[in-house]
Design a binder for this molecule. Structure first.
Ligand SMILES: Cc1cc2nc3c(=O)[nH]c(=O)nc-3n(C[C@H](O)[C@H](O)[C@H](O)COP(=O)(O)O)c2cc1C
Length: 375
């Protein structure tokens, strides 16, 4: 062995901490704030990348604090901890809590969980745990916690850590998987380049979804992520109840439509039928409004235009177009999938809205005549 190769071997041994970090740094992790409250009411916390789920029955999770951590002994003394999985927009919180100096809780909003541990506002997942076991693990410890309560406080995507840097899932193209979606996902794969091109051309985001049995599944998104919640709703399944999925239902058979209206909490039979008639006559659906609409209920508060005439389009020019949706129609005339535009530029005039709609319809027709032919 030459002296050169000896040096290389030494540099790439697991006992070389830099090399260990470099190799293990290729494995991405999420980032979680482990928190608790001391007897005198002082909140304490530290950021870890080692949080992991362990067991379903009983519900156990774990994380690995370094033996050098000054926060961990204080958390351990409380006998419990909360896990707050940080969202992509909470990098500043991560920095504050991974520092050994400074007032960590100064810039965060939290409230006590049922047991009193700090639950952070807008954390993507929160778990309150009792310390079940602490095991020795070299220069770290393994802390096993039993989960008492858990919730989801935000639909944000999680913050990720990889090779010493922060990041997130790219919202450009995400798709859901599922054994019952094989046919839909094959079509989505073929539709994706057209969705990307459409989103780039119109400067908006594009969502594709479909009705699978008695649910609407949000299958994939494409575009620059102007609608920040859009990628986070991919994978959601919304029960088939009016008005959700109206663009698909406008081309459904009568029995399906009746079931869909029966399941509605908010729409009368008359309202639902006139909405569907409008969408079918027009060939697409368009909603406007400025209110926030959450990921769990896209378009819940958006107003559907019943009449597609120029006068109506003229009357909403002062408002923001929230979405335009069109069906991908199969040869038997049912809507296999629905393509929707979100995050359209504000202040579009009637001509621009019409152009966006025409581009959308051209893409849905193209998908119908290409991707659908093989299925
Ligand atoms: C992304 C990231 C992941 C981390 N993961 C861990 C971890 O798993 N275990 C740990 O002890 N420290 C981890 N740290 C470091 C601690 O956050 C930090 O050293 C410590 O909590 C602050 O010191 P203190 O515990 O003495 O207050 C991580 C830091 C960052 C930025």
């Amino acid at each position: 062995m030459t002296s050169n190769s000896t040096a290389t071997a030494a540099a790439t041994t697991p006992t070389n901490p830099q090399w260990f970090r470099q190799v293990l740094g290729r494995y991405p992790t999420g980032v979680a704030l482990i928190s608790s409250v001391e007897e005198d009411g002082t909140p304490v916390g530290m950021v870890v990348g080692t949080f992991t789920s362990v067991s379903l029955d009983p519900p156990l999770v774990a994380f690995l604090p370094a033996k050098t951590s000054t926060s961990w002994p204080r958390i351990q003394a409380t006998g419990r901890f909360a896990v707050n999985v940080l969202g992509a927009s909470q990098e500043d919180i991560c920095r504050a809590f991974s520092s050994k100096t400074g007032s960590k809780y100064e810039s965060v909003t939290w409230h006590p969980s049922e047991s009193g541990t700090p639950f952070l506002e807008k954390a993507v997942a929160r778990l309150d745990c009792t310390i079940e076991n602490v095991m020795d693990a070299g220069d770290h410890e393994i802390v096993l916690g039993r989960v008492n309560t858990m919730d989801v406080a935000s639909m944000d995507l999680p913050l990720l850590f990889l090779q010493g840097g922060y990041g997130g899932f790219t919202p450009h193209s995400m798709a859901v998987a599922g054994p019952d979606l094989a046919r839909e996902l094959t079509i989505v794969d073929q539709a994706r380049p057209h969705m990307e091109a459409l989103a780039a051309k119109l400067g908006c985001d594009c969502l594709i979804g479909g009705k699978v049995r008695e649910e609407f599944v949000l299958l994939a998104s494409a575009g620059p992520g102007k609608t920040d919640w859009l990628s986070s709703i991919v994978g959601q399944r919304v029960p088939a109840a009016a008005p959700f999925g109206r663009t698909a239902m406008a081309w459904a058979d009568d029995a399906d439509i009746e079931r869909w209206i029966d399941a509605s909490q908010t729409m009368s039979r008359f309202e639902a039928h006139s909405m569907l008639d409008g969408i079918r006559a027009r060939g697409y659906s368009i909603t406007v409004g400025d209110g926030e609409f959450g990921p769990s209920a896209p378009d819940a508060d958006a107003r559907e235009f019943i009449d597609p005439g120029d006068e109506v389009i003229g009357s909403f020019l002062g408002q923001k177009v929230k979405s335009i949706a069109a069906p991908v129609l199969s040869p038997d005339g049912t809507a296999v999938l629905v393509l929707s535009l979100y995050g359209l530029p504000s202040g579009l005039d009637a001509e621009a809205v019409r152009r966006c709609t025409e581009e959308l319809l051209a893409v849905t027709r193209h998908i119908a005549s290409t991707a659908l032919q093989n299925h």
